[in-house]
Design a binder for this molecule. Structure first.
Ligand SMILES: Cc1ncc(COP(=O)(O)O)c(C=O)c1O
Length: 466
């Protein structure tokens, strides 16, 4: 129990540590956060956003080079999304999608179906990305069961991929450190190589990673495999792009063995790659798409599972139903905000803007290759990573202790101090990730380039990269 009430703390005089700091340290449990790191340091408290920028409690401005975790695609401070929320809350603040419908969820489902790849017309709403993945995995099992294939329960995912933290989604997540504390997970998760060709031998076949999926299906026994789940560009590990033809080969493999293909587009939809859906960018049609984040530009929590007509069909007949749901799935206020968000996308042609400008963002990052610590630059759209290495020639990476010193001991703090929010991550090899709001332009790219040059030059010196 709190020794002082929040009201008392909030009334403390200004100066010294702010009352919000004290309350945050005492009560707020931040996600994926070493709380002890803030024992002697300030919690970064962001209070306001406008366009590509956010402001902290002291009024300091930061370039949001991460769209607040790959989320705020339309940029901060969009009053019309807020207005849509207020109008909907006044009209009908909430009603559930359990056996009932309301205009915003219906209109949004229809709009998503119109934008989604051909033949993907059925939308099941969730509260976020992990729930969308969880729903997809359950739907696949259920679909196979209805087809008399009840033993198909396994899901094939890729190493280092992140698909969420609920026990089902976690079984698809391929990051050992995230799984270890929670074993046993939902059974059935199998992992194969990702598409990180930066670390492949040169002579390796381009479609080697796609073929690894077939090998694994055969190894497991096709009659036990339910689904393959892949992101168009894999986030964790640092924006691994697919090789040309990768998804076409995977689609063939899934069809050959009767396995469903889930495109996990929690990040890679809503313009992040310059198209409404990542599958559109790489020219494949999955059986299911999972999405969230940019759907509302994260002004409200919302996710969705988009199903092909083929997968949805058996659930639309007779006494069948998908016995699954979440109270807040399709929340009318979130749906109204998503519709307002998509109006902005259309009016400002945000996808077109990303396609026109992604080359410039890429060139900014490529220009840093003269720094000894920059090993690789990769990604697509407004979703890029820089892999950091000890040695550019040999591609030698940092060991765990060095990575700790580099990322947590220096980079994360230094980037923030210089006014750039981006991600320094070592769930795979150490990377910095950039994923700015889709309205970002030359001015922001120059700012990103300049801050990264300063900070990575210092990082190279400190780590003796060469
Ligand atoms: C590809 C992918 N799938 C699933 C998730 C989980 O989404 P959420 O955090 O909304 O549950 C994420 C989150 O970043 C993600 O990137």
């Amino acid at each position: 129990m709190a020794s002082t009430t929040p009201q008392e703390v909030a009334q403390q005089p200004e100066g010294g540590e702010s009352s919000l700091q004290e309350l945050a340290k005492r009560h707020l449990w931040m996600h994926f956060t070493r709380m002890s790191a803030y024992d002697d340091a300030e919690v970064p408290i962001l209070v306001r956003g406008e366009g590509c920028y956010v402001y902290d409690e002291h009024g300091k401005r930061y370039l949001d080079g991460l769209s607040a975790l790959f989320c705020v695609n339309a940029g901060h401070g969009r009053a019309e999304i807020a207005d849509a929320a207020a109008a909907q809350a006044r009209e009908l603040g909430f009603f559930t999608n359990w056996s009932y419908a309301h205009p915003p969820a219906i209109q949004l489902a229809a709009r998503i179906a119109e934008l989604a790849p051909e033949g993907m017309d059925r939308v099941f709403f969730t509260s976020g990305g992990g729930e969308a993945v969880e729903s997809a995995l359950k739907l696949c099992r259920n679909w196979h069961r209805l087809n008399g294939d009840g033993q198909r329960i396994k899901v094939i995912a890729r190493e280092i991929a992140y698909h969420g933290t609920t026990l089902g989604a976690l079984s698809a997540t391929g990051i050992p450190e995230l799984r270890a504390q929670f074993e046993p997970l939902t059974p059935g998760g199998c992992h194969v190589a990702n598409t990180n060709s930066y670390r492949w031998p040169e002579e390796r076949d381009e479609l080697w990673a796609a073929d690894a999926i077939e090998e694994r299906i055969v190894f497991e026994g096709p009659e036990t495999v339910s689904a393959v789940i892949l992101e168009p560009v894999q986030n964790a590990g640092g924006c691994f792009v697919p090789q040309d033809g990768y998804f076409q080969r995977v689609r063939e493999i899934c069809d050959r063995y009767g396995v469903l293909l889930i495109s996990d587009e929690v990040i890679c939809s809503w313009g992040r790659l310059g198209t409404y859906f990542g599958s559109e960018r790489f020219g494949y049609v999955p059986d299911l798409i999972t999405t969230a984040k940019g759907l509302t530009s994260a002004y409200a929590p919302m996710g969705a599972l988009i199903a092909s007509d083929r997968v949805a069909a058996p659930f639309m007949e007779g006494k069948e139903m998908f016995t699954h749901g979440f109270t807040f799935g399709g929340h009318p206020v979130s749906a109204a905000m998503a519709l307002a968000n998509l109006d902005i996308f259309e009016r400002e042609d945000l996808c077109g803007h990303v396609r026109a400008k992604e080359g410039e963002l890429r060139a900014t990052l490529e220009s840093l290759r003269d720094l000894p610590i920059v090993g690789d630059v990769r990604g697509a759209g407004y979703f890029h990573a820089i892999e950091l290495v000890k040695d550019q020639e040999t591609k030698e990476t940092f060991d765990d202790d060095e990575s700790e010193t580099l990322l947590r001991g220096y980079l994360s703090g230094a980037l923030y101090e210089h006014g750039l929010i981006c991600r320094a991550d070592d769930r795979g090899d150490p990377v910095i990730q950039l994923s700015p709001p889709l309205i970002a332009d030359t001015e922001q790219f120059e700012e990103i380039g300049s801050i990264l040059r300063t900070v990575l030059t210092e990082a190279s010196d400190r780590m003796g990269a060469g």
